[in-house]
Design a protein around this ligand. Structure first.
Ligand SMILES: Nc1ncnc2c1ncn2[C@@H]1O[C@H](COP(=O)(O)OP(=O)(O)OP(=O)(O)O)[C@@H](O)[C@H]1O
Length: 234
């Protein structure tokens, strides 16, 4: 069973506060992702790349089609799953590195990073040790580790976010521009981390605006504009 199969998904946003104005974005988007592959969603701004990623994570509703995830050895259709099932899939199967960290008040960076492992039942000391290693690898200054990330710079927050997203061993990992606010040295670290996930058999789906990063990590690129429901200038 492939980790992820997307069949004919479609999205139209309906603006209820604008008299039900309909904004069709894409339809009939289909792709599959095998273990060890990094599939990149490409195409110009506004074609729906982030929307697809949010649909894959269960944050946006799906108007049509199927999102089949291999979860605990059985296929689960995230397009129709109940909220409880979506949460279970996220806990065990589906990781997500969003563009920005949602900082939790008063929780130190180290615990923010270790939290997914602790939630999966790992030993707390071991989880904190792995979190330290991840933050050190991403060059986050040691004096920040015990502070809550709310006051960190954009790049520092993003490195906490990446460390948290990469720490667990979810079979599928979604990446929404993980390198956008990073300098060249840290971008190179993240490229290495993505390559290690691929080598470990993780199925990745990502958006990368940085062409150099995209060329280095992409196994395949799906051009989302092929499925666009928009006409030029619309
Ligand atoms: N929650 C929403 N409500 C209404 N419209 C939305 C919503 N989310 C996205 N859209 C619209 O859907 C279209 C696709 O947006 P999306 O962010 O998925 O594009 P993208 O390809 O990721 O763009 P970019 O490369 O600029 O980040 C845009 O026209 C956007 O305005």
């Amino acid at each position: 069973m492939l980790p992820l199969r997307v069949r004919d998904i479609a999205k139209t946003f309906v603006m209820h506060l604008r008299g039900g104005l309909r904004l069709p974005v894409f339809s009939n988007v289909s792709f599959e992702v095998a273990a060890g592959e990094c599939l990149v969603l490409g195409g110009p701004s506004g074609v729906g790349k982030s929307s697809i990623l949010k649909m894959l994570y269960g944050n946006y509703g799906v108007d049509a089609g199927e999102i089949l995830v291999a979860h605990a050895c059985r296929p689960v259709d995230l397009a129709k799953a109940l909220p409880r099932e979506v949460l279970d899939v996220r806990r065990l199967t589906l990781g997500y590195v969003s563009q920005f960290l949602r900082a939790i008040p008063r929780v130190p960076a180290l615990e923010v990073v270790a939290d997914p492992l602790i939630a999966l039942g790992s030993d707390r000391a071991e989880a904190l040790e792995r979190a330290e290693a991840a933050l050190a690898r991403l060059n986050l200054p040691r004096e920040l580790w015990s502070l809550p990330p709310a006051t960190f710079s954009g790049g520092e927050q993003q490195r906490v976010n990446i460390a948290r997203g990469f720490i667990s061993d979810h079979p599928i990992l979604l990446l929404d521009e993980p390198t956008a606010s990073l300098d060249a040295a840290n971008r190179a670290v993240v490229v290495d981390m993505i390559e290690e996930k691929k080598a470990a058999g993780t199925a990745l789906v990502g958006i990368f605006h940085d062409e150099d990063v995209r060329d280095r990590v992409a196994s395949r690129v799906v051009d989302v504009s092929r499925y666009s429901q928009r006409r030029a200038g619309q």
